[in-house]
Design a protein around this ligand. Sequence first.
Ligand SMILES: [Ca+2]
Ligand SMILES: [Ca+2]
Ligand SMILES: [Ca+2]
Length: 211
Amino acid sequence: MTNRKLLGFLPGLVAGLTVAAALLAGGASAYHTNFQASCNNEYFNTSDVYRSQARSYAEQGAWEGYQWGGGCWNNNDVDDSPGDPPQDPNTRGEGPDCSGFTFKAWYERSDTSDAGFRYHYRMQNTHGPYVAESFKYGAGAPNTTVAKANAIMMDAFASAYHIGMVYQANTAYNTDRIIEAKCEACGTGIWSRTYRGNPDYGGARRVGWAG
Ligand SMILES: [Ca+2]
Ligand SMILES: [Ca+2]
Ligand SMILES: [Ca+2]
Protein backbone atom coordinates (compact mmCIF):
# COMPACT_ATOMS: atom_id res chain seq x y z
CA MET A 1 0.00 0.00 0.00
CA THR A 2 1.45 3.38 -1.00
CA ASN A 3 1.42 6.26 1.37
CA ARG A 4 -1.26 7.97 -0.71
CA LYS A 5 -3.49 4.92 -0.58
CA LEU A 6 -2.75 4.50 3.12
CA LEU A 7 -3.85 8.07 3.79
CA GLY A 8 -7.03 7.42 1.87
CA PHE A 9 -7.62 4.19 3.77
CA LEU A 10 -7.09 5.49 7.27
CA PRO A 11 -10.17 7.71 7.57
CA GLY A 12 -12.31 4.82 6.45
CA LEU A 13 -10.63 2.52 8.96
CA VAL A 14 -11.11 5.05 11.75
CA ALA A 15 -14.74 5.54 10.77
CA GLY A 16 -15.26 1.78 10.77
CA LEU A 17 -13.69 1.36 14.18
CA THR A 18 -15.76 4.24 15.52
CA VAL A 19 -18.94 2.58 14.31
CA ALA A 20 -17.85 -0.72 15.84
CA ALA A 21 -17.06 0.97 19.16
CA ALA A 22 -20.40 2.76 19.13
CA LEU A 23 -22.20 -0.50 18.48
CA LEU A 24 -20.38 -2.15 21.36
CA ALA A 25 -21.07 0.79 23.66
CA GLY A 26 -24.69 0.91 22.55
CA GLY A 27 -25.14 -2.77 23.21
CA ALA A 28 -23.54 -2.46 26.61
CA SER A 29 -25.55 0.57 27.63
CA ALA A 30 -28.84 -1.26 27.18
CA TYR A 31 -27.88 -3.06 30.38
CA HIS A 32 -24.73 -3.43 32.47
CA THR A 33 -25.03 0.06 33.85
CA ASN A 34 -22.55 -1.09 36.50
CA PHE A 35 -24.42 1.01 39.07
CA GLN A 36 -22.57 -0.89 41.80
CA ALA A 37 -19.31 0.79 40.78
CA SER A 38 -20.54 3.86 42.68
CA CYS A 39 -21.54 1.88 45.79
CA ASN A 40 -19.61 1.53 49.03
CA ASN A 41 -19.29 -0.61 52.15
CA GLU A 42 -20.48 1.92 54.74
CA TYR A 43 -22.39 0.78 57.83
CA PHE A 44 -22.40 1.07 61.61
CA ASN A 45 -23.69 -1.10 64.41
CA THR A 46 -26.56 0.30 66.42
CA SER A 47 -29.33 -0.64 68.86
CA ASP A 48 -32.81 0.45 70.01
CA VAL A 49 -34.27 0.31 66.52
CA TYR A 50 -38.03 0.63 66.09
CA ARG A 51 -40.19 -0.98 63.44
CA SER A 52 -41.16 2.50 62.30
CA GLN A 53 -37.49 3.26 61.59
CA ALA A 54 -37.20 0.09 59.56
CA ARG A 55 -40.26 1.06 57.58
CA SER A 56 -38.86 4.52 56.86
CA TYR A 57 -35.62 2.92 55.74
CA ALA A 58 -37.46 0.52 53.43
CA GLU A 59 -39.56 3.38 52.03
CA GLN A 60 -36.43 4.97 50.63
CA GLY A 61 -35.79 1.80 48.65
CA ALA A 62 -39.24 1.98 47.09
CA TRP A 63 -39.33 2.97 43.42
CA GLU A 64 -35.65 2.15 42.91
CA GLY A 65 -34.30 -0.72 40.85
CA TYR A 66 -34.15 -4.45 41.43
CA GLN A 67 -30.96 -6.45 41.09
CA TRP A 68 -30.84 -10.20 41.61
CA GLY A 69 -28.19 -10.69 44.31
CA GLY A 70 -27.73 -6.92 44.48
CA GLY A 71 -27.37 -4.65 47.44
CA CYS A 72 -27.23 -0.88 46.85
CA TRP A 73 -29.55 1.86 45.71
CA ASN A 74 -29.94 5.61 45.78
CA ASN A 75 -33.19 7.44 46.53
CA ASN A 76 -34.13 9.25 43.32
CA ASP A 77 -37.30 7.18 42.76
CA VAL A 78 -35.97 6.07 39.37
CA ASP A 79 -34.73 2.61 38.37
CA ASP A 80 -31.19 3.49 37.32
CA SER A 81 -30.58 0.03 35.83
CA PRO A 82 -33.72 -1.04 33.96
CA GLY A 83 -33.91 -3.92 31.55
CA ASP A 84 -30.96 -6.00 32.71
CA PRO A 85 -31.06 -9.73 31.98
CA PRO A 86 -32.80 -11.24 35.04
CA GLN A 87 -31.03 -13.45 37.56
CA ASP A 88 -27.55 -12.32 36.53
CA PRO A 89 -25.61 -10.68 39.38
CA ASN A 90 -22.89 -9.68 36.92
CA THR A 91 -25.11 -6.94 35.56
CA ARG A 92 -24.30 -5.02 38.77
CA GLY A 93 -27.43 -2.90 38.55
CA GLU A 94 -29.18 -0.69 41.09
CA GLY A 95 -31.27 -2.18 43.82
CA PRO A 96 -31.64 -5.11 46.15
CA ASP A 97 -33.37 -8.40 45.57
CA CYS A 98 -36.17 -9.49 47.88
CA SER A 99 -34.03 -11.13 50.56
CA GLY A 100 -31.26 -8.53 50.46
CA PHE A 101 -33.84 -5.79 50.84
CA THR A 102 -35.24 -7.50 53.93
CA PHE A 103 -31.77 -8.03 55.39
CA LYS A 104 -30.90 -4.34 55.10
CA ALA A 105 -34.33 -3.02 56.12
CA TRP A 106 -34.27 -5.28 59.17
CA TYR A 107 -30.90 -3.84 60.25
CA GLU A 108 -29.30 -7.28 60.35
CA ARG A 109 -25.64 -8.23 60.57
CA SER A 110 -23.77 -10.52 58.22
CA ASP A 111 -22.84 -12.93 61.05
CA THR A 112 -25.84 -15.27 61.25
CA SER A 113 -25.16 -15.93 64.96
CA ASP A 114 -25.38 -12.20 65.82
CA ALA A 115 -28.90 -10.84 66.40
CA GLY A 116 -27.63 -7.28 66.91
CA PHE A 117 -28.68 -4.36 64.75
CA ARG A 118 -26.65 -2.72 62.02
CA TYR A 119 -27.42 0.35 59.92
CA HIS A 120 -26.54 -0.24 56.28
CA TYR A 121 -26.26 2.83 54.11
CA ARG A 122 -28.45 2.69 51.02
CA MET A 123 -25.36 2.76 48.84
CA GLN A 124 -23.64 0.01 50.80
CA ASN A 125 -23.41 -2.92 48.44
CA THR A 126 -24.41 -5.84 50.62
CA HIS A 127 -26.94 -8.60 50.27
CA GLY A 128 -26.49 -10.50 53.52
CA PRO A 129 -26.40 -14.26 54.07
CA TYR A 130 -30.10 -15.08 53.68
CA VAL A 131 -32.32 -16.13 50.80
CA ALA A 132 -36.10 -15.89 50.95
CA GLU A 133 -36.46 -19.45 52.19
CA SER A 134 -34.04 -18.77 55.07
CA PHE A 135 -36.44 -16.12 56.35
CA LYS A 136 -39.40 -18.43 55.82
CA TYR A 137 -37.89 -20.89 58.30
CA GLY A 138 -36.50 -18.29 60.69
CA ALA A 139 -32.85 -19.12 59.98
CA GLY A 140 -30.20 -17.02 61.73
CA ALA A 141 -30.15 -15.48 65.21
CA PRO A 142 -32.06 -12.29 64.24
CA ASN A 143 -34.90 -14.18 62.58
CA THR A 144 -37.87 -16.22 63.70
CA THR A 145 -41.23 -17.30 62.38
CA VAL A 146 -44.62 -15.90 63.36
CA ALA A 147 -48.15 -17.07 62.68
CA LYS A 148 -49.38 -15.24 59.60
CA ALA A 149 -52.48 -14.05 61.44
CA ASN A 150 -50.18 -12.29 63.92
CA ALA A 151 -47.91 -10.61 61.36
CA ILE A 152 -47.78 -6.83 61.86
CA MET A 153 -45.97 -3.88 60.28
CA MET A 154 -42.43 -4.80 59.26
CA ASP A 155 -42.90 -8.49 59.79
CA ALA A 156 -42.72 -10.32 56.47
CA PHE A 157 -44.28 -13.08 54.42
CA ALA A 158 -41.69 -15.44 52.98
CA SER A 159 -41.86 -18.39 50.60
CA ALA A 160 -39.24 -20.57 48.93
CA TYR A 161 -39.02 -18.00 46.14
CA HIS A 162 -39.88 -14.57 47.55
CA ILE A 163 -40.13 -12.38 50.63
CA GLY A 164 -42.02 -9.12 51.10
CA MET A 165 -42.33 -7.00 54.24
CA VAL A 166 -45.61 -5.77 55.68
CA TYR A 167 -45.86 -2.05 55.00
CA GLN A 168 -49.43 -1.79 56.21
CA ALA A 169 -51.20 -4.82 57.67
CA ASN A 170 -54.72 -5.74 56.65
CA THR A 171 -55.67 -8.98 58.32
CA ALA A 172 -59.38 -8.63 57.52
CA TYR A 173 -59.06 -9.17 53.80
CA ASN A 174 -55.57 -10.73 53.52
CA THR A 175 -54.54 -7.94 51.17
CA ASP A 176 -51.71 -6.25 53.03
CA ARG A 177 -49.71 -3.45 51.53
CA ILE A 178 -46.32 -5.05 51.03
CA ILE A 179 -42.96 -3.36 50.54
CA GLU A 180 -40.68 -5.57 48.49
CA ALA A 181 -38.00 -5.87 45.84
CA LYS A 182 -40.13 -7.66 43.31
CA CYS A 183 -38.50 -8.19 39.91
CA GLU A 184 -36.20 -6.76 37.26
CA ALA A 185 -39.07 -5.24 35.30
CA CYS A 186 -41.12 -3.98 38.25
CA GLY A 187 -38.29 -2.92 40.58
CA THR A 188 -38.76 -2.22 44.29
CA GLY A 189 -41.95 -0.72 45.62
CA ILE A 190 -45.16 -0.93 47.65
CA TRP A 191 -48.10 -2.92 46.37
CA SER A 192 -51.21 -4.70 47.64
CA ARG A 193 -50.48 -8.43 47.87
CA THR A 194 -52.33 -11.51 49.08
CA TYR A 195 -49.32 -13.33 50.53
CA ARG A 196 -51.03 -13.61 53.92
CA GLY A 197 -53.61 -15.97 52.44
CA ASN A 198 -51.21 -17.80 50.11
CA PRO A 199 -50.18 -21.23 51.44
CA ASP A 200 -46.73 -20.86 49.84
CA TYR A 201 -45.93 -18.16 52.38
CA GLY A 202 -45.17 -18.22 56.09
CA GLY A 203 -44.84 -15.38 58.56
CA ALA A 204 -41.30 -14.13 59.28
CA ARG A 205 -40.12 -11.77 61.98
CA ARG A 206 -37.00 -9.93 62.99
CA VAL A 207 -36.51 -10.26 66.77
CA GLY A 208 -35.45 -7.54 69.19
CA TRP A 209 -37.22 -4.40 67.95
CA ALA A 210 -37.32 -1.57 70.49
CA GLY A 211 -40.99 -1.22 69.70
CA1 LIG B 1 -37.04 5.76 46.75
CA1 LIG C 1 -32.60 4.99 41.71
CA1 LIG D 1 -32.25 -3.73 37.27
